[in-house]
Design a binder for this molecule. Structure first.
Ligand code: SAH
Length: 216
């Protein structure tokens, strides 16, 4: 059971106001951020940090994304209830929870065993169910393709071809592309071979690692 106090709810309300000021408009996205308990990822001593608009270390050398980044990417997805969404980079699962909260059927891939082990037990335990996969995000999930939407939550050096082919025609993919900083990029699949690309601002993510870089 998640402990969700008036203090937590109050802090979340303030966070939602801040995200509105920063330009997030989609009511479903703001509602989801307003409902998802982000403090479950924080030690009691850091509880004040849980609803600030900052990224934060979550162990295993990874970070929980900034709420604004999560909201921004989610808004670009134009999610409808019951859509099938592939997420690359589960991490602690905060973005996953926001997608689930919006009614999506989520498939999420993580390449780090420790994080996968932790998150695929923790999220269902607090009532957030998704299909968790331990594997390589570059390969996507051909068995469950095609997807209505695909979201990559790590900085990609290039757009993985396998992911493009696993997107439905008419579907959207949001992917931060770049090395040290990334350009948020939205791809709309117009036909089997044709994609329309729109670029947004710059963001900072941990890298989407290729298998050769995993160091296993
Ligand atoms: N979505 C998270 C943030 C994740 S950080 C949140 O809501 O806070 C990015 C994640 O991508 C890390 O957990 C990292 O281990 C993972 N990752 C990096 N390369 C990957 C790959 N090739 N396949 C799958 N996951 C990968």
């Amino acid at each position: 059971m998640v402990t969700d106090t008036y203090r937590h709810k109050g802090l979340r309300k303030k966070l939602v106001e801040l995200l509105k000021e920063k330009g997030i408009k989609n009511a479903d996205v703001l509602n989801a951020i307003g409902n998802v308990p982000r403090h479950v990822f924080f030690d009691e001593t850091f509880i004040g940090k849980a609803y600030e608009d900052i990224a934060f270390p979550i162990g295993a050398g990874q970070t929980i994304s900034r709420p604004h980044t999560v909201a921004f990417q989610t808004e670009l997805l134009k999610l409808k209830r019951d859509e099938k969404v592939l997420e690359i980079g589960t991490g602690c699962g905060y973005q996953t929870m926001v997608l689930i909260e919006m009614g999506a059927k989520v498939y999420t891939i993580e390449r780090q065993k420790e994080l996968y082990d932790r998150t695929h037990k923790f999220l269902p335990g607090i009532g957030y169910n998704a299909k968790f996969i331990y594997g390589d995000g570059y390969k996507g999930l051909p068995l469950f393709a095609p997807f209505d939407k695909i979201i990559i939550t790590a900085g990609a050096p290039f757009i993985p071809n396998d992911l493009l082919s696993q997107l439905k025609v008419g579907g959207l993919m949001v992917i931060p592309i770049g090395d040290k900083v990334q350009t948020m990029t939205l791809l709309e699949k117009k036909s089997l071979k044709h994609f329309e690309k729109t670029e947004f601002g710059e963001f900072k993510f941990v890298p989407l690692l290729e298998r050769k870089e995993w160091g296993e």
